[in-house]
Design a protein around this ligand. Sequence first.
Ligand SMILES: Cc1cc2nc3c(=O)[nH]c(=O)nc-3n(C[C@H](O)[C@H](O)[C@H](O)COP(=O)(O)OP(=O)(O)OC[C@H]3O[C@@H](n4cnc5c(N)ncnc54)[C@H](O)[C@@H]3O)c2cc1C
Length: 392
Amino acid sequence: MSSSPRRARSADGATHTADVVVIGAGIVGASSAWQLARRGLSVIVLEREAAPALGSTGRSAAGVRVQFTTAPNIALSMYSLPIYRTFRERHGHEVGYRDIGYLLLVPPERWDDHLASVALQQSMGAPVEVFAPEDAPRYVPMDPGGLAGVTYGPWDGVIDPHMATHAWVAMGRDAGVSYRFRHPVTAVQPEADGWRVQCGNQAFSCGHVVNAAGTWSGLIGRLAGLAVPVRPKRIQIFLSAPIADERTYPLTIDLGTGVYLRSEGDRILFGMDTHADDGFTEGVDWRWLEQVLLAGVDRYPWWVDLGVDRQGSWWGYYGVTPDNNPVIGFNPGAACWVDACGFSGHGIMHAPATGLAVSELIADGRAHTLDVTAFAHGRFEDGGVAVEANIF
Ligand SMILES: Cc1cc2nc3c(=O)[nH]c(=O)nc-3n(C[C@H](O)[C@H](O)[C@H](O)COP(=O)(O)OP(=O)(O)OC[C@H]3O[C@@H](n4cnc5c(N)ncnc54)[C@H](O)[C@@H]3O)c2cc1C
């Protein structure tokens, strides 16, 4: 149980005080800061970049989906997707949600398990449709050979992660959140009743810290002497030259090869899951492009002529944990420290639920709207949560 939240104290020379300091102004930090402020807590967000969403958030493929295999992840999606679908009506901000769908192409060896997960999704209220392989080319031109079946999520689609983050920043400011950009956190020390977070020679004193530093959360934890099991995984996304087809392709993932694509305007973006763990290396890996094209061309024979826009292709980090699920909860190494990080490939889609859970953990001592115990730190010592198979 956390200590009860403090009210803001007035600034004391170079020391600024708040109930909560959130480290990181990506989509998770921005969602959390707004939720905390609307509960009446004073919040300061510290971000090293000059603007929001310049970490993984601004480099994602922007997909949102309900098609997970474990109940805790489906529950986060079932809370979050309706928020995105109705964001403008609820909050007066546009977040760019488009229901282009996710189309999952399933090989025979995964079909039975996949159908079981579809049944779980449907039992939790998620709209998911099951098709024969021959129906798949209605969505994307392909050779459906070797597939056992196809599933489609009509709620699934994309948002604009920049818009969503900026929306929460604006809503947070309206609710009193103080955003400090160009503020890299350089030191963190415990205090009698909370934490002292240092950005160079500026100090921020607070009751609680929310570690929402994405891929860099492990480094932030280390500053405070805390173990936060998040490491970087570099991901590549390639952009094609314009293609002739005017249809909008859903986010289509071949579960046999890990190759994925979706429409991006009159082009496609595409890539393939990689298990490489090359740490904080940077840049587009052009050797990987060849692997992706080779892995995808049998399914998509039209890739033989696919032009690639080298300027438009990009890379970014997944912040991954040992089981590719996020850590959402109190750090066992210290009081009043909440980690909300390690979202791997699903932090965009789960940001609304995470912000809510973080605010309840701090304001109420536990998350009660959604059960996030599956994402608590303790799972690693306890042998891990049920493994999520649909990590892309
Ligand atoms: C190529 C790619 C494709 C993806 N596709 C999807 C997808 O389709 N759907 C989906 O849901 N997710 C996707 N993701 C994952 C998603 O982008 C992340 O899970 C999500 O952005 C995490 O948000 P965040 O706010 O936790 O982290 P970030 O957006 O990385 O924010 C963390 C912030 O902390 C700041 N920070 C770090 N260190 C410090 C410090 N010392 N002091 C102050 N600030 C600091 C950083 O500058 C950054 O702004 C993808 C990611 C990549 C790279």
